[in-house]
Design a binder for this molecule. Structure first.
Ligand code: BT5
Length: 356
């Protein structure tokens, strides 16, 4: 079944986004002056409203200067400095204005799980591309409600998607998100990044990011999907839990230069938008090919832990429906829809640590 046309990228209410548009215009001017009259005219707001947005930006630490008959200016270095210190939601919004994903960013210092917040927003009609980011999560979760460690300094982000994919292509969304996150991390880390079926992102076999997609369906497909993405950036705030210590890594350790939460969120959203549109427009094959090209453990002996048992065999491929194809002893092939993959050492040695 072909994908239905995606509706045009949502255009959030101008009033709600005016502050980000003001910031975007100041940043785009590269430090040069922006005339207040022109800017107010372009945004369709009054000079008084513009002034209030400027004041609000200043209160949040943006050094916007204003001179009569000259206009407003913003030192471009200020954006970099601010983003180096903390996540700056309006900077992400300003850079994603006009895009499908990331045009609206809700930031919270602390939440239970960003997936729950995004879900509530989706239920309330939030447009596709709405993003929730939290400074930390106290009840971050993985699949099967497993614990997801989310200390301050990491990227804990969830995104509202409203895909118009045919039901059989929906499972590929997880692979599309995993591929996009791996591509973004690779761009920032400058190191090869692998994906592990179904949803892990690894550097040197250590998990650097995880993905949790939660789908609310109607009879013809997805009503909406919340795509939760967790990326480890910095772990100085809290000691790494003992059980994760030798199994995880973080961007601060892998990247050659400092990377900010803003950079990671923006790069992921760029890559994800490209893969998301591709999955709608070109079918599943390009996403599958991209996923396969960085897949860890294909061709290797694995054990898959399923809700009701285990399967051992060679991990052969990922199928067009996103399932993992495993060849068991005797040549029987099985398609696995959900499970945890462990690498088995060749010749039946001890399995490596389980669900990374
Ligand atoms: C995942 O589950 O990998 C999905 C993680 C999704 C997290 C994001 S953060 C934003 C959004 N809000 C949420 O509440 N969740 C999403 P799974 O494949 O089940 O892996 C879980 C396992 O990863 C755990 O059992 C631990 O072994 C390991 N783990 C926990 N925290 C980790 C971390 N920070 N980095 C790497 N591995 C971790």
């Amino acid at each position: 079944m072909p994908a239905k046309e995606l509706s045009p990228a949502p255009d959030p209410a101008p009033a709600a986004r005016a502050r980000s548009r003001v910031l975007a215009a100041l940043l785009a001017a590269g430090g040069g002056p922006v005339s207040g009259a022109d800017l107010a005219g372009r945004l369709g707001i009054s000079r008084t409203a513009l002034w209030k947005h400027i004041e609000s930006l200043r209160r949040d630490g943006w050094p916007v200067e204003g001179r009569p008959h000259h206009g407003y200016t913003l030192d471009p270095g200020a954006a970099r400095e601010l983003a180096a210190r903390r996540f700056v939601p309006e900077l992400l919004e300003a850079r994603r204005l006009g895009s499908r994903l990331g045009h609206t960013v809700h930031w919270y210092p602390e939440v239970g799980s960003t997936n729950d917040v995004a879900r509530r927003l989706a239920e309330g009609g939030a447009p596709e591309g709405t993003v929730v980011v939290a400074g930390r999560q106290v009840a971050g979760r993985g699949r099967l409600r497993r614990f997801w460690w989310s200390p301050p300094g990491g990227l804990w982000m969830s995104l509202v998607l409203r895909p118009t994919l045919p039901p059989e292509r929906l499972p590929l969304l997880t692979l599309a998100v995993a591929t996009a996150v791996a591509e973004a991390v690779e761009l920032l880390a400058g190191r090869p990044v692998a994906v592990k079926w179904p949803n892990d992102v690894l550097v040197d076999d250590r998990k650097i990011a995880g993905i949790l997609l939660e789908t609310v369906t109607h009879p013809h497909g997805a009503e909406y999907v919340v795509a939760g993405i967790g990326v480890n950036l910095d772990v100085q705030g809290e000691p790494v839990p003992e059980e994760l210590a030798d199994r995880i890594t973080w961007l601060g350790r892998e990247a050659p230069q400092p990377v900010t939460v803003n950079d990671v969120a923006e790069t992921i959203l760029q890559r994800l938008e490209a893969r998301y549109l591709q999955l709608h427009g070109e079918g599943g094959e390009p996403v599958l090919a991209a996923w396969r090209s960085r897949a860890a453990w294909l061709g290797e002996p694995v054990r898959i832990v399923l809700p009701g048992g285990e399967v051992e065999g060679i991990a052969l491929d990922v199928a067009a429906d996103g399932s993992l194809v495993v060849e068991q002893a005797g040549g029987t092939r099985r398609r696995i829809l959900a499970g945890d993959v462990q690498r088995l050492r060749p010749l039946g040695g001890t399995p490596e640590a389980g669900s990374r």
